[in-house]
Design a protein. Structure first.
Length: 157
């Protein structure tokens, strides 16, 4: 979750300091793609009124809540073997790659796997191809995407 230091943290929308009595809205990092319009909300805090007036506020809330509900505790099921993922050391997720439902990467949002099942995941090759294509086109960007792709390619070899 975004760290809010009242009296010091600045609202990215209005550029004013968030004071102790201000109503706020805050988000953890929830979207891996730096090119996604919603990435501006990653790990950020806002005055509640500023956020509510932002044109992407409703879409942000929708994607954030969906991502949290799909990746939250008790919701971790391996897409490869279908078993629950209980060990945090054996957990791999693609997270939220994009909020764009028309992007082919959208189908891989919130995929969760046992780390030990990544190499046997039936859609691993397809996911790698889609991520590569999106990186090449610029539709996906950022270190998180680069790390995911590198890990997936390592498992595929």
């Amino acid at each position: 979750m975004a760290l809010i230091v009242q009296g010091k943290t600045t609202c990215p929308i209005c550029k004013k300091v968030i004071e102790q009595d201000d109503n706020t809205v805050a988000f953890s990092g929830f979207i891996a793609n730096d090119a996604d319009p919603l990435s501006e909300f990653n790990d950020s805090a806002f005055h509640a009124d500023c956020f509510a007036s932002h044109p992407l506020a409703e879409r942000c809330q929708e994607v954030y809540q969906r991502t949290r509900s799909q990746l939250g505790p008790g919701e971790r099921t391996c897409a490869s073997c279908g078993k629950p993922i209980d060990d945090p050391d054996d957990y791999f997720t693609l997270g939220c790659l994009t909020s764009d439902e028309a992007n082919a990467a959208f189908q891989f949002n919130c995929v969760q796997l046992h780390h030990s099942c990544v190499s046997s995941w039936a859609l691993l090759g397809d996911a790698i191809a889609v991520l590569r294509e999106n990186l090449k086109s610029g539709a996906l960007q950022g270190n998180a995407i680069d790390r995911l792709l590198a890990e997936m390619e390592k498992e595929a070899s």
